[in-house]
Design a binder for this molecule. Structure first.
Ligand code: LMR
Length: 392
């Protein structure tokens, strides 16, 4: 009999966001509604391929000459265009790499920090659950800063600014560049300016996770924080994703950028390359080539910009529809109404969330919902189920 090496292995809890998506996919009810995972859904409840992406793919099929490896840090033109998109210039003092989505960027940066700046990393309370997982797995000490009150469903910005004045020098501050996940509550431009001032004064290291560019208030406004911090000369880290802004989810295409104003930018780049080489050698090409074929061609870029704006407007419209039709279920209407991007908490109990799930309506246990799961065809059913549950 062969030796049973793995007889005693334990199991891990499944990831809630993806698990709820799986539950929804398996549900045979034709009227099921997916308000869980953060993906763009159109009026038919489908996550489409953008026209700009289709055009870029056609171009690639006709023009791609080789399937040889990309460099460890990824495609050069992709990185150049991504820098322009985020900082509005081909930033020279930046160590950069193409990554496996935004999560890959977070993880490579976290591995880098563990090696070179092993200070506590503060994430918002609450934040995207996987932030805790990724940073802990990299061996960083993960702490939280006050952001949002889950009893009143309102923001805690005052407490946040107090925290900034007292947190230890050198701490790393994970900030959502726009469209905060899960609350949808963002900082205003004035507040970002103030955060920058405190980071500069107190020696805090900002680390932006920006995964929803263009889907909050449009590209220019959504990149305000990243661009303004960059232009101030502060050193900072950025994890960027094309999953949502180009609907390229399964292509896993993202980028990391570390702004370094000392003479060590080449050394930094070499360590990032070593981290990548030892993990997965070099990144896949398809998604990044699609991105560069869009961003480096003015016609395709314009098409993408129009499409991302359409997506954004749809999220605004669906949020307004929820506010009108499901008003009595929203715990704090003003915060819900003013939130940006895909997410907000409804502010209902887990018990109610589970009751909704029995009705094939899926949102996260903490009542985070993706406003794009709602559409003109399912709103009547949502209203009916919600009012039935509410009244008995
Ligand atoms: C989400 O929060 O729903 C998305 O970022 C998808 C994910 O991977 O969790």
């Amino acid at each position: 009999m062969a030796h049973l090496f793995f007889e005693h292995v334990g199991s891990q809890p499944s990831d809630l966001v993806l698990e709820i998506g799986r539950m929804w996919a398996k549900d045979p009810n034709p009227e099921k509604i997916n308000l869980g995972i953060g993906i763009f859904l159109d009026e038919k409840g489908k996550c489409p391929v953008l026209k700009a992406v289709k055009e870029a793919e056609t171009f690639l099929v006709e023009n791609e000459l080789s399937k040889t490896y990309l460099p460890i840090e990824g495609d050069a033109l992709f990185l150049e265009e991504t820098k322009r998109l985020l900082f509005s210039e081909n930033a020279p003092q930046v160590a950069a790499a193409q990554t496996l989505g935004g999560t890959g960027a977070l993880r490579v940066i976290a591995d880098y920090l563990k090696l070179e700046w092993n200070h506590p990393i503060y994430v918002s309370d609450p934040t995207w659950a996987n932030h805790h997982g990724v940073f802990t797995a990299a061996g960083l000490e993960v702490k939280t800063y006050p952001y949002y009150d889950r009893t009143t469903y309102t923001s805690k910005k005052k407490e946040f600014f107090d925290f900034l004045e007292h947190v230890g020098k050198g701490s790393i501050l994970l900030l959502h560049g726009c469209c905060h996940n899960p609350t949808g509550i963002d900082f205003t431009q004035k507040e970002w300016d103030h955060i920058l001032e405190i980071c500069l004064k107190r020696g805090l290291l900002p680390f932006f996770d920006i995964a929803y560019l263009g889907l909050g208030e449009g590209i220019e406004k959504d990149r305000y924080a990243v661009e303004t911090f960059y232009k101030s000369g502060i050193e900072m880290l950025v994890a960027f994703s094309y999953s949502k802004t180009m609907d390229l989810y399964k292509e896993r295409v993202g980028a990391l950028m570390i702004v370094n104003h000392s003479h060590t930018v080449d050394a930094m780049q070499s360590t990032i390359k070593q981290i990548i080489r030892r993990n997965y050698s070099n990144p896949p090409a398809h998604g990044a080539l699609v991105v560069q074929a869009i961003l480096s061609d003015s016609k395709r870029k314009k098409l993408w910009l129009d499409e991302v704006e359409e997506h954004r407007l749809r999220s605004v419209e669906m949020r307004a529809l929820i506010c009108n039709e499901l008003e009595s279920w929203i715990r704090h209407k003003k915060e819900f109404q003013e939130a940006k991007g895909f997410f907000s908490y409804l502010g209902i109990s887990k018990e109610m969330v589970l009751k909704l799930r029995e009705e094939s309506i899926y949102l996260l246990d903490d009542s985070r919902l993706n406003v794009l799961g709602v559409n003109g065809s399912n709103i009547a059913r949502l209203k009916e189920v919600f009012s039935r549950l509410k009244h008995g």
